[in-house]
Design a protein around this ligand. Structure first.
Ligand SMILES: NC(=O)c1ccc[n+]([C@@H]2O[C@H](COP(=O)([O-])OP(=O)(O)OC[C@H]3O[C@@H](n4cnc5c(N)ncnc54)[C@H](OP(=O)(O)O)[C@@H]3O)[C@@H](O)[C@H]2O)c1
Length: 238
């Protein structure tokens, strides 16, 4: 849907009696202006991915950060800092806010430094690191998160040298197409623990589903199998 159709689409859903909607790229920021109220998660992320319609009004929230946290926990990993986030786009900001809320030290590095600085200005407490220092910073990193679109189907891979990583580093990717990115495989080859992006997608959907249908879904193996069925496992499509 083109950006100019967003307002009519949301109004149409409200008037037709829908309970709510999920919002995805590229509309997550623009939809804020169409919300009558926002919760803290949407305000801090500067974007909404979940809309709940109540009495003709639109409430916006952002569940990307909480979905990321729930997925890391679900994979049995601890959320201990310091965290290093690669990228400074919409996913990075939501995750950075959620990690800060967990009490973690969070550093953001981005190819375009100005975008990382904008993110840090919006979220006091975030540190900014020049992009060319991302690999050297691993020595002081407990959780490394790729939030760039690199590694996504149709995009170049995210090349990364893990030589500086200590053995307890946890490496997470938010990319979920393919299910298994080269970035995670490279980390795993060095013996590092990894967290795939699909679980974040599944967990971010839980609060919206609960609000719309009054049932809180459980993210289990059956759901994973159903959703992952149509997604290539590796970047070569296998
Ligand atoms: N698992 C989930 O539930 C979930 C949820 C949300 C998003 N995602 C995924 O997260 C990814 C990012 O989404 P987003 O909404 O944050 O996108 P976005 O706002 O467009 O941000 C894209 C980020 O990727 C960086 N980037 C793009 N090309 C690059 C390159 N060649 N080299 C280095 N950095 C590059 C950008 O850096 P610059 O600023 O320098 O351009 C920016 O930091 C997508 O793959 C999306 O599918 C997954």
């Amino acid at each position: 849907m083109p950006p100019e159709g967003l307002a009519d689409a949301v109004r149409g859903l409200v008037s037709e009696g829908y309970a709510g909607a999920n919002v995805t790229i590229p509309h997550k920021e623009a939809v804020l202006a169409l919300c009558d109220s926002l919760d803290d998660s949407a305000r801090r992320a500067g974007a909404a991915n979940t809309l709940v319609f109540e009495g003709g009004t639109v409430r916006g929230s952002n569940t990307d950060g909480s979905g990321f946290i729930a997925n890391v926990r679900d994979q049995g990993e601890l959320l201990t800092g310091p965290a290093l986030i690669l990228g400074a786009g919409g996913a990075a900001r939501a995750i950075a806010a959620a990690l800060l809320d967990e009490g973690m030290t969070v550093t953001v590095t981005n190819r375009g430094l100005d975008r990382a600085e904008t993110l840090a200005a919006a979220l006091p407490g975030i540190r900014v690191l020049p992009w060319d220092q991302r690999e050297a910073a691993l020595a002081d990193t407990a959780l490394l998160v790729n939030t760039t679109s690199l590694g996504m189907h149709g995009q170049p891979p995210l090349a990364f040298d893990f030589a500086q990583a200590h053995s307890a580093l946890v490496v997470a990717d938010v990319v979920y197409v393919p299910l298994r990115t080269g970035f995670l495989d490279t980390a795993a080859e060095r013996g590092l623990r990894t967290v795939e992006g699909l679980g974040m997608l599944l967990h971010q959907a839980v609060p919206g589903f609960a609000a719309w249908f009054g049932v809180t879904p459980v993210v289990d193996d059956e759901v994973r199998t159903l959703v992952s069925a149509g997604i290539p496992a590796y970047s070569d499509g296998k």
